[in-house]
Design a binder for this molecule. Structure first.
Ligand code: ZN
Length: 293
């Protein structure tokens, strides 16, 4: 059972995918997939609800827009330079402790929504990443107990505006937080259904595959990251942690490659599904939001 959400931005409804092509609208479950859902043993309650009501649940329309697969979390963190080759292409040392930075939760969007390039921006870059969704409050958790606090996993494209991130002073959060810079989904796969420490992940820019790696190449694994963060803050149910990107980002090329309007980004992780974003300018996006103006 995979979790997803569909419908217009800001008005998504919860749904589940029981098999490829078999997606059921779970609006009748009465709870969106946000912090309260995860805090209240929502995964187990949802499984019971679906088992009981499967036959009467309406199908999700095939042409429905997918929203982010989890509702807006309290926190969205990212881990920097967590694949060795990516640290090298960035010209930085492999870190001795996890590099942690934040991303505004307002940047979260659906997996196939347009990427909106910010006004006057030239350096939007891509980063395919495995996203961890926290299921239980974690505070001073040892590494060997950390995985029990994970609800599931999803695909995340940690879009980064390199000028705002790297050339305009601290901190990285500035270059990471533009609207639509955090497509999450298509679905959240529960932690017990996937071996998250050994998943292939890839990204293609206009059809050219530029990132290709495996989560087994991370510097700090998922348990280490969850434990580490739990020693400097409280991880709450629904919080999301993006675990870093492998080599092949645009910044790593000579000359660098960045996203231009009209470009298409496709990306995926084994077992977690695929995303597709088309880049548009801020002006194009505004014109679509306000037809006739
Ligand atoms: Zn990243």
């Amino acid at each position: 059972m995979k979790l997803l959400r569909f419908g217009p931005p800001g008005a998504e409804r919860p749904a589940v995918e029981l098999a490829p092509g078999r997606r059921l609208d779970c609006s009748a479950f009465g709870s969106d997939f946000g912090p309260a859902f995860f805090d209240g043993d929502g995964m187990a309650r949802l499984a019971r609800f679906v088992a009981e009501h499967e036959r009467e649940l309406p199908a999700v329309p095939d042409d429905a827009r997918l929203g982010p697969c989890v509702a807006r979390p309290h926190k969205l963190f990212c881990i920097g330079l967590n694949y060795k080759k990516h640290a090298a292409e960035s010209g930085m040392a492999v870190p001795s402790e996890p590099i942690v930075f934040g991303k505004a939760t307002s940047s979260i969007c659906g997996p196939n929504d347009d990427l909106v390039i910010p006004r006057n921006s030239q350096k939007t870059d891509w980063e395919v990443e495995l996203l961890v969704v926290i299921g239980k409050t974690a505070r001073y958790v040892d590494e060997d107990a950390a995985m029990a606090h994970v609800a599931g996993y999803a695909v995340h494209n940690d879009y980064s505006e390199r000028e705002w991130q790297l050339e305009r002073g601290g901190q990285w959060i500035k270059g990471k937080s533009f609207d639509t810079y955090a497509p999450i989904g298509p679905c959240m796969v529960p932690a017990d259904q996937v071996d998250a420490g050994n998943l292939g992940l890839w990204l293609a820019h206009n059809g050219e595959r530029l990132q290709q790696s495996n989560t087994n190449d991370m510097v700090f694994g998922i348990a280490a990251i969850v434990s580490y963060l739990s020693h400097c803050l409280t991880l709450e149910p629904g919080d999301c942690i993006s675990t870093g990107t492998p080599a092949g980002v645009g910044l790593g090329f000579d000359p660098p490659r960045f996203v231009r309007p009209g470009d298409v980004l496709t990306l995926g992780i084994d077992g977690l599904g695929e995303q597709r974003q088309t880049a548009v300018t801020w002006e194009q996006h505004q014109a679509r939001q306000e037809p006739g103006r």
